[in-house]
Write a protein that binds this ligand. Structure first.
Ligand code: MF3
Ligand code: CO
Ligand code: CO
Length: 254
């Protein structure tokens, strides 16, 4: 799981610099596909439940599961790149939201606070902690910043299967009463919105969008519960966190 997680982080670091105005998300798909193969892995999304590409690229009002296509990214877009690699029998799953060129202050705030919301969720997790503490921390952070939390898509157990076992809501759900124990591996991947978090679906049956058309951001790590706390698995072998490398400069009035 450490090796698969590190590979996912390396692929994010490799694809990130390609995210510039004018690049198509199809090109990002090619880069991620090749990067997974180069590492001796397989891009988990490809043919997963019929998904047609090797990465998810979710632009602006797309909440998640955006399918790469021929539309060039434009200056001012935000795009989440969600990489999952299957390596040596297990999956590593991680995503970052990147700015394309110069983005508005409102979008920078959305992206920065979504990343911080994920971090709050991670900080609330650990051995002996209930799963619902994670969503409670994320929802509290979102509310403090006037952002919505998507409810339709949640974090998940991960290992030999892409999605299995634990379910990790990103809002407070007291029914998520499972107690975390060492050895569990799962993702935290909150999707926050500038407006209403209500969700619609394109007729491709993958692309999830905000119904109000306002923008949304997401970050994701794969995590391991240890005896001491939580270990980030989707970091490189030297501990580099892709979300740090691509972090946006804060807006002064944050
Ligand atoms: N990587 C996504 C997640 O975080 C799942 C994508 S499923 C796909 O769970 F089929 F769209 F790739
Ligand atoms: Co995931
Ligand atoms: Co993912």
């Amino acid at each position: 799981m450490r090796r698969a997680g590190a590979a996912a982080a390396e692929i994010l670091l490799e694809v990130g610099p390609h995210v510039v105005p004018g690049v198509t998300t199809d090109r990002l798909d090619e880069v991620v596909h090749q990067a997974a193969i180069d590492r001796g892995g397989y891009p988990s999304p490809l043919n997963y439940r019929g998904y047609p590409k090797s990465v998810c690229t979710s632009v602006n009002e797309v909440i998640c599961h955006g399918i790469p296509d021929s539309r060039p990214l434009a200056d001012g877009d935000i795009v989440n790149v969600d990489v999952t690699i299957f390596l040596d029998g297990v999956h590593g799953d991680s995503s970052v939201t990147l700015a394309v060129g110069e983005v508005s202050d409102a979008d920078r705030r959305l992206v920065i606070e979504t990343r911080l919301a994920m971090d709050e969720g991670i900080a609330a997790a650990g051995p002996g902690r209930p799963v619902h503490a994670i969503g409670r921390a994320i929802e509290r952070h979102a509310r403090k910043h006037g952002l919505g939390v998507v409810r339709e898509f949640i974090g998940h157990g991960i290992g030999t299967e892409f999605h299995s076992g634990l379910q990790i809501p990103h809002y407070h759900d007291p029914r998520a009463s499972t107690i975390l124990v060492p050895g569990m591996t799962f993702t935290i991947e909150p999707m926050l919105t500038l407006g209403d978090p209500a969700c619609g679906m394109w007729n491709d049956n993958w692309t999830a969008v905000t119904l109000d058309g306002r923008r949304t951001a997401q970050f994701e790590h794969t995590l391991l519960v240890t005896d001491e706390g939580i270990e980030l698995l989707t970091v490189t072998a030297d501990g580099t966190v892709p979300a740090d490398v691509f972090a946006l400069a804060p807006v002064s009035a944050l």
